[in-house]
Ligand binder design. Structure first.
Ligand code: G6P
Length: 617
């Protein structure tokens, strides 16, 4: 997936496009490019790698223009090189296209175009689009009014596309307009003062546009220096009231931290403090209480780190509230959803609110519920850090994490925020069902202590993990073990390490280690084991002993006590109620991964091959 932006108006667009692309880099940073149009001229600049390389190219070889499109790429079709960077052009270099999504029938379209003699210059799926638009322009010339020619040509081209896409097109024959279309990929229109935009996401528009209009699937927009016209899939003009653009601060800086990720890890104490004030100290959220009232089971749909938060959530929902819960990879659910049971609450968990698989799984769920009970609002909830995202528009209820902008691609404070959202839901469900039970009271009390405990743990652990990271210089594999509610934290610890340090790591339920992974162990494979007092404490310690007997170096995460002396290194957390412990055991996991990657000199905030928002399947 990629980030796209386009703008037209009274100003030179290159500085605007670059600023917006910088804010979209979280969607991919394999290459970047832009194109501007002026009467009779189309200028395009592209560079491999991050935006900084495009900036350098533009400094040496500037382009001008008041209408332009830009792109930052996460490679799907074709290597991340200049040839495959966007914008992609037609053969005559007159039509330029930026696209986010996947054109699934691109091979067939390409074959057809090649048979007609069209020469392709890239391996991208996108390149079919400028060729199709160029052909449609040639066909329509003389029949369509000149002011509507580009829109009609783009409409004719997208009729032939299958897949998911958001795209923007400029044509040097009509330098006073640009056309944008969306189908199953996010695209927003931004309205500023004499300047009009379309972009994949709101950060690209912040400071430039005061209001936004979101395009629905199949809709198209024509942007000119005078304003924006919207069209439905059949080409009819439509009206939509613009919404104010939320004033989120997208100008996040690293403060004194070396990386955004480290800063965001440290911000978790503030996220917890704000949550305690908002959700624990305040009266229960009435609309959430209404949603939960008759729920009999919960199914959770998510990907990546969000899925790990969902696993913690399912444990809480079952053990604290007694509600059967299941967690599904959204990418699996969308092709094999389990039979729908009555009174099932479906929760989509996604920090970005834009993950294509999660949105698709939720859409399927919504459709089958609607088919069964057309007049009943679907029992569905979203948990996200971006209430203004596609998720926010899809589901009837959203829990906003309010964790603030997270720049690091590897999620940290949003993961904590997601877990906290589940504590809120589970506590509310538990109180609705069983009143203020002893367990609920103990859990609430433990959560009240959390901000202070987090803050202490963060400070104590930073140095410990930095020192420990030195020992990982030659490490190639790491095993993470946890049980019960800390099993998802073992998964998350392993994922964090993989994502940013490129070390192979596996998370396992500690009791499963003897059924396979134990074969991997020797003195070169460290084992990170979470051991917090509770029903499985002794079991985890026994599993750790089994690893130690195979010469593995044991790193423990748990409170300082006689039992945890078996670890070669202990990353201590305060003594804490077991059900609340993931909110603390996650801290050493994140800091260890961070310091190992930083020590290796890697790009912690933008690790290779990843993106923060995955808008393709
Ligand atoms: C990408 C990110 C992960 C994230 C996952 C799900 O793979 O790199 O950090 O956990 O997407 O993202 P979501 O926005 O749905 O939480």
């Amino acid at each position: 997936m990629c980030g796209i932006v386009a703008t037209i108006g009274s100003r030179e667009v290159v500085p605007l496009l670059l600023k917006s692309l910088q804010r979209l880099e979280y969607r991919g940073y394999d290459s970047a490019g832009l194109a501007t149009v002026m009467p009779g001229q189309l200028h395009c600049r592209k560079a491999e790698g991050k935006l900084v390389h495009l900036r350098e190219k533009l400094e040496k070889s500037p382009v001008a223009g008041c209408c332009g499109i830009g792109h930052t790429r996460w490679a799907t079709h074709g290597k991340p090189d200049v040839r495959n960077a966007h914008p992609q052009l037609d053969e005559a270099d007159q039509v330029a296209v930026v696209q986010n999504g996947i054109i699934e029938n691109h091979r067939l379209l390409r074959q057809g175009l090649e048979q007609q003699g069209v020469r392709f210059r890239s391996d991208t799926d996108t390149e079919v689009i400028p060729h199709l638009v160029a052909q449609a322009l040639a066909d329509l010339r003389g029949t369509a009014p000149p002011t509507d020619l580009l829109r009609q040509a783009v409409a004719r081209a997208v009729e032939q596309l299958e897949g998911a896409y958001a795209l923007a097109v400029v044509w040097q024959g009509q330098p006073g307009e640009l056309v944008a279309v969306r189908y199953n990929a996010p695209l927003l229109i931004g309205l500023g003062e004499g300047q009009f935009f379309c972009a994949s996401d709101t950060p690209a528009l912040a400071g430039f546009a005061s209001t936004i209009v979101s395009l629905e699937d199949g809709e198209m927009a024509r942007l000119t220096p005078l304003g924006v016209e919207l069209f439905d899939g059949s080409g009819q003009r439509i009206q939509r009231t613009p919404q104010p653009l939320r004033g989120d601060d997208y100008t996040a800086n690293k403060r004194h931290f070396r990386h955004f990720m480290l800063k965001e890890i440290h911000e978790q104490a503030d996220v917890a403090a704000a949550w305690v004030e908002r959700c624990l100290a305040a009266p229960a959220d009435e609309s959430l209480a209404t949603v939960l009232r008759n729920v009999q089971r919960v199914q959770l749909l998510a990907c990546g780190t969000s899925r790990h938060a969902a696993l913690v959530g399912a444990h809480l929902l079952e053990q604290l509230a007694g509600v059967p819960s299941s967690v599904h990879y959204a990418s699996e659910f969308r092709y094999a959803p389990p039979p729908l049971m009555p009174q099932t609450l479906t929760i989509g968990v996604t920090q970005s609110g834009e993950t294509a698989d999660t949105l698709a799984a939720l859409t399927i769920e919504m459709e089958r519920r609607h088919a069964l009970e057309p007049n009943v609002p679907p029992l569905m909830l979203g948990i996200t850090n971006r209430a203004d995202s596609s998720l926010g528009r899809l589901v009837p209820h959203v829990l906003d994490l309010k964790a603030g902008v997270e720049v690091g691609v590897a999620a940290t404070k949003t993961f904590l925020g997601q877990m906290l959202a589940f504590y809120g839901i589970a506590l509310l469900l538990a109180s609705q069902r069983h009143g203020a039970s002893a367990q609920v009271k103990a859990c609430r009390q433990a959560l009240e202590q959390l901000p202070e405990q987090l803050s202490r743990t963060l400070h104590a652990m930073d140095q410990c993990c930095a020192e420990l990271a030195h020992g990982f210089a030659e490490t190639r594999d790491v095993i993470y073990l946890g049980r019960g509610i800390n099993y998802p934290i073992a998964l998350e610890g392993a994922l964090k390490l993989k994502e940013i340090s490129y070390i192979h790591a596996e998370g396992y339920p500690a009791g499963e280690m003897k059924h396979g992974p134990i074969a991997l162990l020797d003195q070169h494979v460290p084992v990170v084991s979470i051991a917090t007092p509770g029903p499985v404490f002794e079991k985890v310690l026994s599993n750790a002993q089994e690893a130690k007997a195979r010469d593995a170096r044991l790193i423990g995460i748990g409170p300082v006590c006689g039992d945890t002396e078996i670890f070669d290194v202990l990353l201590p957390i305060p003594p804490v109620h077991e059900l609340v412990s993931p909110l603390l055991t996650i801290v050493p996991m994140q800091l260890l991964a961070y310091h190992v990657a930083a020590h290796r000199g890697l790009d912690v905030d933008q690790p290779r091959n990843l993106a923060k928002s995955v808008t393709v399947e």
